[in-house]
Write a new protein. Structure first.
Length: 352
């Protein structure tokens, strides 16, 4: 083979092989991550150099600048997607800040402080009886006694200066005056009881085997004789009492069940035609019985409140009976306004 033939054969080989190289180059560029050994069908005659991996540099976050506030405009806040709403408020320099009230127990030597700490000082003086500990306790005790004496003097002066607060106006304390009040009460009670007896009677439920009914019957007889009350006896078992009192009696025909009688003796104040007021389902003394009759008559409106007060040995005076909600919280915080409001609410019992 001459020189020209060899040269032509080499050129032919180059021409045939060139397209294959171009194809390989395109494939290697499209998938540069595939290694030579994983794709060996491309042949053993090609030297392949893998490129160095490219390092990814972190992208810096954009700088956030604090919002600028204009003195004439309200600050605006930009909210992100997952960012909770932010509330901003600017307090004026001359704004009045709320004052936290002082706990009275935290003020040394106040009444609340003394109640809270006196026991601690006593315990310390007992456990460690040094002169200082013992003296400290007794000095605090002296403070309490002096405070109590000062309050007592002020209270006495306030009470004696206001008839609405002075209890001696309603009921005297002096012996001679108290005796006179009791006498007037007895006279008025007799008068009122006789007045009630003229318009009402006593309904008396009993059983023949009830021992309390046996001893209650003489008391009712005394009430009848002293004030003129008419007694209406009703037997629950249809039998008379062994002592023979109130032998003319009525038989129970459902009246006891209608009035709710469960125990005997049962007493009711009855004013014809339909007014019946319960007094007791048990034995009563004469004094307790007359007291309940007076109270029942007062509550039923048969006697005046002033009459009832006199029968109790108490002078009728205005009562402080403010209705719920009649004094507002502002008034309650001011002692002077509170006193004025309470004085205006004073009225006689039963007065609208």
């Amino acid at each position: 083979m001459n020189h020209y033939c060899a040269h032509g054969l080499l050129l032919t080989i180059i021409v045939l092989v060139l397209p294959v190289g171009l194809v390989w180059s395109a494939e290697s560029e499209s998938d540069i991550s595939v290694s030579y050994f994983a794709d060996k069908q491309r042949g053993w005659f090609w030297y392949e150099v893998l490129p160095e991996p490219v390092e990814k540099k972190p992208v810096p976050a954009p700088e956030t600048k604090p919002p600028k506030f204009d003195s004439d405009k309200k600050p605006e806040v930009t909210l992100g997607i997952n960012q909770p709403p932010v509330q901003t408020s600017i307090m004026p320099e001359n704004a009045i800040k709320p004052v936290t009230p002082i706990d009275p127990a935290s003020q040394p030597l106040s009444s609340a402080w003394l109640r809270k700490n006196m026991e601690n000082y006593l315990n310390k003086a007992i456990d460690e009886p040094s002169q200082e500990n013992v003296a400290a306790f007794y000095y605090l005790q002296r403070v309490m006694m002096d405070k109590a004496e000062r309050f007592t003097n002020a209270a006495r002066y306030v009470v004696m200066s206001d008839p609405q607060l002075d209890e001696t106006v309603r009921r005297p304390v002096a012996t001679y005056a108290a005796n006179e009040a009791n006498h007037q009460a007895s006279v008025m009670a007799d008068k009122v009881l006789k007045s009630i007896a003229s318009q009402a009677g006593i309904l008396f439920f009993f059983r023949s085997d009830c021992r309390y009914c046996h001893v209650q019957a003489p008391v009712l007889s005394m009430l009848e004789n002293a004030y003129g009350f008419k007694i209406y006896p009703v037997s629950l078992d249809g039998l008379a009492m062994p002592n023979g009192l109130f032998s003319p009696f009525k038989l129970d025909q459902g009246q006891a069940a209608l009035l709710g009688v469960t125990q005997t003796p049962a007493l009711f104040l009855m004013k014809p035609p339909k007014q019946i007021v319960p007094l007791s389902q048990g034995a009563l003394s004469l004094e307790e019985l007359t007291s309940r009759v007076l109270l029942a008559a007062k509550e039923s409106g048969w006697i005046a409140d002033s009459q009832y007060q006199t029968t109790q040995g108490v002078r009728s005076t205005p009562m402080l009976l403010p209705t719920t909600g009649s004094i507002n919280p502002v008034t309650a915080q001011d002692p002077a306004l509170l006193i004025q409001a309470l004085q205006q609410s004073a009225k006689f019992e039963g007065q609208p």
